[in-house]
Structures are given as C-alpha cells and as structure tokens.
Design a protein around this ligand. Structure first.
Ligand code: HEM
Length: 179
C-alpha cells in the first residue's frame, strides 16, 4: 500500500487524537520501521490494519467508524494533492464514475506498485450503484470517500451499504440524491 495512505492516516490520528496517540499506536503495533513512512514508499497493507486495530482499542471506536472518518479525511488530501482529477465535473455521479475508469488508472501509471480496488458503476438520474471489490476489504474507507464526494458537489443524499460476500471484499453501495 502506498505510503501516502499511511502518512495521511497518522496525520488524521494526530489531528483528531493528538500526538501521544500516534506514538502509542505505532509503539503498540510493533512495526518493523517504527512508523517511519514516506509518501512515495510502498508498505504491506496489513501494517495499516495493525495501526487501525490499535487505534480502535485505544480510542474504543469501532474500526468501521475510524475507516469511514479516514475516507472523509483522505478526500481532502486527494482534492489538495490532485486538483486536476476534479476539474470539469459539476456532478458527483460523473466524478465517481471517473474513479475506476480514469483516476485509479492514472494512479496506477504513476505508481505501478499501487493496488487499487475495482468499482463496477452504473447510474440513473438520482441513483447510483457502485460495487466495490478488493481483497483489502476497505469498503468503509470507500464509504467515507463516496460521502465526501457527494458533499463536495453539494448533493443532499443517502447511502445504503450491502455486503455481497461473507468477508466484505464485495460491497454494493446505493447512493440516492434527494429530489
Ligand atoms: C483524486 C481522487 C483519487 C485519487 C488520487 C486516488 C488515489 C488512490 C491511491 C494512491 C490509493 C492507494 C493505492 C495503494 O496504496 O496501493 C487509493 C486507494 C483507494 N481508493 Fe482511491 N483515489 C481517489 C479517489 C477515490 C474515490 C472518490 C474513491 C471512492 C469511490 C476511492 C476509493 C479507494 C479505495 C477504497 C482505496 C483503498 C484500496 C482498496 O480498497 O483496495 N478513491 N486511491
């Protein structure tokens, strides 16, 4: 997993819980590099899951809620770091449609060792279905990103999440814009 995901995660932990919490979860996760991540490096994704586990234990907040919040946080860093991907869109459904078909493909070219999820997307005027698929099972992170995308384009909306398999590698989101 790309280092930017780790650096942003630890930045979020510092912003929401303070630096002592960053120190604590790095310590408690017994990581090989002691939490020294660089944005351009690549690290095993289970290290992120270990940090998440430790944060969940130390904060008594469910992992799903923490991942959701992390998705929302990450949206802002994508917006600041890659403004070009947001240009030319005035509707969230068109933007979300471009994640699988364009954005993540460009990301893959920039970072050949990135492993991106896949999204099967279809939409009508007021309803979009996105089927998330990734063995990393980070659908709650996707949920935070989807929600932040809807808010970015100022759509009042609801999101329904349905797990399609036993372990959460396939998840269907139904996103409805309030008429
Ligand atoms: C400008 C916008 C975006 C950029 C630049 C971007 C880039 C990235 C990058 C660099 C990763 C890490 C890949 C790796 O570590 O191997 C990633 C992962 C991910 N992205 Fe995006 N992304 C963007 C928007 C979105 C949006 C809007 C969604 C949700 C619909 C999304 C869903 C995900 C998910 C769920 C992952 C975690 C990996 C997984 O589940 O397997 N991304 N993205």
């Amino acid at each position: 997993m790309k280092g930017i995901v780790f650096t942003e995660f630890l930045e979020m932990v510092e912003a929401k819980f303070g630096y002592e919490m960053v120190d604590k979860i790095i310590e408690d996760s017994s990581l090989p590099n002691h939490g020294a991540y660089t944005a351009v490096g690549t690290y095993p994704h289970h290290e992120l899951l270990r940090l998440l586990d430790q944060l969940s234990q130390a904060s008594s907040i469910e992992k799903s809620a923490l991942l959701h919040a992390f998705g929302t946080y990450m949206f802002k860093s994508f917006k600041d770091g890659y403004p070009g991907f947001f240009e030319g869109f005035d509707h969230a459904f068109e933007f979300l449609m471009s994640v699988d078909g364009h954005i993540h493909k460009e990301v893959q070219k920039l970072y050949p060792d990135a492993i991106l999820p896949s999204f099967n997307v279809s939409y009508e005027e007021l309803e979009m279905k996105m089927i998330y698929s990734s063995y990393r099972r980070l659908s709650d992170f996707a949920l935070g990103l989807i929600e932040a995308s809807m808010n970015h384009f100022h759509h009042e909306h609801s999101i329904e999440k349905k797990q399609l398999d036993a372990d959460g590698a396939e998840v269907e989101f139904t996103i409805r814009i309030k008429p």
